[in-house]
Design a binder for this molecule. Structure first.
Ligand code: 5GP
Ligand code: ZN
Length: 113
């Protein structure tokens, strides 16, 4: 999709700090770090949100998530991690290419309560 910033990250038009990449997904640091290591995981095919995901895209996407979470855990050493996905403006979605947030948690000091 030509106007999608995440498609531009996939094809290299917009730079990103990649954490993980395989045939199906890319994971990169969120430009606005909620906590240290806050990462976005996106499928390489453009799907607007969860409702648009087909089973095969969902399978290959979610198959990759545990490995990405382990890589973030190994690099940033958090004590917990949130996996969050927003669908639709009312749910807080601002970029309309399906993505999940992996948000490492560091206890009281991470400011998230
Ligand atoms: P949403 O609110 O749609 O769930 O999350 C979109 C996320 O994309 C936001 O947390 C925002 O900081 C991040 N984001 C928006 N534009 C860029 C960008 O160009 N590069 C990176 N790395 N993250 C971005
Ligand atoms: Zn896209």
């Amino acid at each position: 999709m030509t106007d999608c910033i995440f498609c531009k990250i996939i094809n290299g038009e917009i730079p990103s700090a990649k954490v993980f990449e395989n045939e199906h997904v890319v994971a990169f640091l969120d430009i606005s770090q909620v906590t240290k290591g806050h990462t976005l995981v996106i499928p390489k095919v453009h799907k607007e949100n969860l409702y648009e995901m087909d089973a095969e895209t969902a399978r290959s996407y979610f198959e990759s998530v545990p490995e990405i979470a382990r890589a973030i855990k190994a690099e940033f050493d958090p004590i917990g991690m949130n996996l969050i996905n927003n669908n639709g403006e009312q749910a807080g979605q601002t970029v309309f290419h399906f993505h999940s947030h992996l948000i490492p948690r560091y206890g009281e000091g991470d400011g998230l309560g």
